[in-house]
Design a protein around this ligand. Structure first.
Ligand SMILES: [Zn+2]
Length: 327
């Protein structure tokens, strides 16, 4: 069963929010578009794997977690896909890199399929998943959580054009790295291995609860990362139909001049942009300023209608935007 389902990662949502709000001529735009494309492609790779996991997702003896984020030694480590049972733990690193991949002298690289023989170098994925395994084991030990003895790790290549160059000098790679369609067979094989130590169903449930309770939220500051000042963002209400900023107010409604979308309160998408880019609380003044609402009274009325959690008394009241961050 799926305990933690796959969702669009916050990195992708933050980059998208930034692209929604960055002027088309902004000098950083190209770099941000490239980064968004690469993170989004990683997410699509993980999504495509759900098809190959389908028969395992229904098994009650298997607990499946997507994008596990835990802290050990003061640092966050992430596991793309984690499967646990009373007898096994399986960690899977998912790569959506395309084309011919090679591993020589511990360097994982890809030849670009172009006339120029450009070579891209990546983090060595087997080493990456091995280090996650090490971190996960010490995390369970630190929390005194009993765990089964069979612990496997794999790297799955999800892109349809990806393959490993046969001449790769590290033969270990063929045992641990394979394409999506092999995943069901590799999982079956791994789950059937003889084991030395198993845990009880109660202990399995406990391990699962501890993993969920200890999820570390990403607090990646996307504006800081690209050195973009909040004043560089386009202000105004973003059209829920076509994403144009700003919508204009005509009589009691907001109108998009591009796609003609009309609404009384088209605020959700814009509040999500604010929450992902600027911060998880907002005051009436900041709200009015970000949404280009001239009247503070109107801004206050809009905010009150949304039923957001409030902090402080009436003066300096802050509204929580957490519901737009955690989805
Ligand atoms: Zn529109």
């Amino acid at each position: 069963m799926i305990v933690k389902s796959l969702k669009p990662p916050q990195t992708v949502r933050k980059l998208k929010a930034l692209l929604n709000r960055l002027p088309l001529t902004h000098p950083k735009r190209f770099k941000i578009e490239v980064d968004h494309g690469s993170f989004y492609s990683g997410y699509l790779g993980e999504k495509s794997l759900l098809y190959f996991l389908r028969s395992f997702s229904y098994r009650k003896d298997l607990y499946i977690f997507h994008n596990v984020r835990l802290i050990q030694y003061g640092y966050t480590f992430e596991i793309d896909l984690l499967i646990i049972s009373t007898k096994n733990i399986i960690l899977i690193e998912i790569k959506n890199t395309q084309g011919k991949l090679s591993l020589r002298r511990n360097q994982f690289s890809r030849e670009k399929m172009k006339e120029t023989l450009e070579i891209e170098v990546f983090k060595e994925p087997v080493l990456q998943v091995k280090s996650q395994k090490k971190d996960f084991i010490s995390w369970m030990q630190r929390l005194n959580i009993p765990y089964p003895s069979n612990i496997d790790h794999f790297v799955v290549l999800t892109h349809k054009t990806a393959f490993i160059e046969p001449a790769s000098d590290n033969k270990e790679i063929f045992e641990y790295v394979f394409r999506s369609e092999n995943l069901p067979f590799k999982l079956e094989e791994s789950l059937k291995k003889p084991y030395h130590k198993e845990i009880s169903k109660f202990q399995l449930k406990n391990l699962s609860n501890k993993i969920m309770e200890n999820q570390s939220e990403s607090n990646w500051d996307v504006l800081k990362n690209y050195n973009v000042h909040p004043s560089e963002l386009k202000k105004g209400i973003r059209c829920p139909g076509c994403s144009m900023v700003p919508m204009i107010r005509i009589k009691s409604k907001w109108l998009c001049r591009r796609c003609k979308y009309k609404s009384m309160y088209p605020l959700e998408q814009s509040l999500e942009d604010y929450a992902l880019l600027v911060g998880n609380t907002i005051t009436t003044e900041r709200f009015a300023e970000f949404m280009l609402i001239e009247s503070l009274d109107r801004a206050y009325r809009y905010l009150s209608k949304l039923g957001l959690e409030k902090t402080n008394a009436k003066k300096n009241r802050k509204y929580s935007l957490n519901r737009y961050i955690v989805k």
